[in-house]
Design a protein. Structure first.
Length: 364
C-alpha cells in the first residue's frame, strides 16, 4: 500500500478534486494519508470532505510524514519547483503535474535532484496512459499504415476571449502555464511518444487577441502568452510533422490528429487539445478509403479493473498513471513518464520558442 500526500487541495474545485482524488480512491493499493492547502481552514474542509485526518497549511509537515510514500503536487506551475524540491529532499517519490516547471532550468533542477535522491517520479503527461494511444501504437507496430510518411495535428484550447479568475494567471507568459506548455505540450508529447522525436523544426508563435475578459468581474487583463502556435518539422524517422494549436478563436476543431502512411491512415479526435483529459476516438482506413471508427480493444480499456467506473472522466488516465507507477514500483519497470522525460519535452518547447523568436529552423 502506497501512502499519498497531496499538496494543493481545495474542498470544492481544482485538479486534485477532479482527477487525483477520484483516481486514488478507486485504486486498492493507494491510500490518501495527508492533504495540504493554502490555509488551515481550507485544509480542514478538504480533510472533512475526503475523509483524511492529517491536514496541513504547511507543506513541509506533509512531506516529512513517515506514512507518506508519494507526494502529489497539484498546484499552479510557478510553485512546482519549491514544493517538488521539498518532497524530494525528504526522500519521497513525487507525482508532479505538467508542465514540470516554469522553464527548462526548473525542470532540469528537479530531475537532477530526483536522480540524486534515488526516488521515483511521475510527470502528469497522462495522455500516454490512454487506452486509445496504446491502441494506436499497436496498430502502427503491426503495420496498419505501412511506413509513416507524415502527421498533422490541429488543436483548440480556450474558445473566445473570456476566462475565469482562477485561470487568469495563465495569461502571463512568465508563469509557465499557457498555450505552449499545456495544450501544445500535452499534444506534442503524445505525437513524440507515438511517432518519435523531432530532429528539427520551424515554429511561428503569435498573440492575436491580447485583451482578455475576466468572467466574474468583467474586467480586462492584457495577455502576454501566445494564442497561435504552429510548428512544422521533421521527425527522426524522416516523417514530416505539422502542429497548429490555438485559442481565443470563436470555435473550431477541438483536436484532430492524422497519421498518414504508405498503406493507410489513422485519425485520432477529441473535444479539445488536452488529449489526456478528453476521451479519444480512433478511426482508420487502409488504402484510399475514408477512415471509419475502430473500437479500442476491451483488454486495453480494462487493464486496471478498479478504474472502470472512471472511464470517460478526467480522472481515468490519471488513475492509470498511478496504477502503472505502483506496478513499476513492484516490478522494477518504468512505464510512466518521469522527470527525465519531462525535461526532454521542455527541451522541445524551448526549441519551438527559439525558432519562433529567430524565424529560423532549429535542431531539437
Amino acid at each position: 500500500m502506497l501512502g499519498v500526500g497531496i499538496i494543493g487541495v481545495s474542498p470544492r474545485r481544482g485538479w486534485a478534486v477532479t482527477a487525483h482524488i477520484p483516481a486514488l480512491q478507486a485504486l486498492p493499493n493507494y491510500e490518501i494519508r495527508a492533504l495540504s492547502a493554502r490555509t488551515q481552514e481550507s485544509a480542514r474542509e478538504a480533510g472533512e470532505a475526503f475523509g483524511v485526518s492529517a491536514v496541513f497549511s504547511d507543506h513541509q509537515q506533509l512531506v516529512n510524514r513517515p506514512d507518506v510514500d508519494l507526494v502529489s503536487v497539484t498546484v499552479k506551475v510557478p510553485h512546482h519547483r519549491e514544493l517538488v524540491t521539498a518532497a524530494l529532499a525528504a526522500g519521497k517519490a513525487v507525482y508532479c503535474e505538467w508542465p514540470l516547471g516554469r522553464d527548462l532550468d526548473d525542470a532540469r533542477a528537479m530531475a537532477a535532484l530526483a536522480v540524486e535522491k534515488g526516488v521515483g517520479t511521475i510527470v502528469g503527461l497522462q495522455a500516454r496512459q490512454a487506452p486509445a494511444i496504446e491502441f494506436v501504437r499497436g496498430l502502427l507496430a503491426d503495420g496498419y499504415v505501412g511506413e509513416v510518411l507524415s502527421t498533422t495535428m490541429v488543436g483548440l484550447s480556450v474558445r473566445g476571449d473570456v476566462v475565469v479568475q482562477a485561470n487568469a494567471y495563465m495569461l502571463d507568459q512568465a508563469n509557465g502555464a499557457n498555450l505552449l506548455t499545456i495544450p501544445l505540450g500535452h499534444s506534442v508529447d503524445i505525437l513524440n511518444y507515438v511517432l518519435g522525436e523531432f530532429a528539427e523544426l520551424s515554429a511561428v508563435s503569435t498573440l492575436r487577441r491580447p485583451l482578455i475578459t475576466i468572467e466574474e468581474t468583467g474586467g480586462h487583463i492584457v495577455k502576454t502568452a501566445a494564442d497561435q502556435i504552429a510548428v512544422i518539422g521533421t521527425l527522426v524517422s524522416g516523417a514530416t510533422a505539422s502542429i497548429h494549436v490555438r485559442e481565443a478563436v470563436a470555435g473550431g476543431t477541438g483536436f484532430l490528429w492524422e497519421i498518414n502512411g504508405t498503406d493507410g491512415t489513422l485519425r485520432i479526435t477529441a473535444d479539445a487539445a488536452v488529449p489526456g483529459i478528453f476521451p479519444l476516438t480512433v478511426a482508420g482506413a487502409r488504402g484510399a478509403n475514408e477512415p471509419a471508427e475502430l473500437a479500442v480493444p476491451a483488454e486495453l480499456v480494462r487493464e486496471w479493473p478498479a478504474l472502470t467506473s472512471l472511464e470517460g472522466a478526467p480522472a481515468f488516465n490519471v488513475g492509470r498513471a498511478y496504477a502503472a507507477f505502483a506496478a513499476d514500483n513492484d516490478n522494477g519497470t518504468r512505464t510512466v513518464p518521469d522527470f527525465a522525460e519531462a525535461v526532454r519535452r521542455h527541451e522541445v518547447l524551448v526549441a519551438i520558442e527559439r525558432s519562433a523568436a529567430s524565424g529560423k529552423r532549429v535542431k531539437v
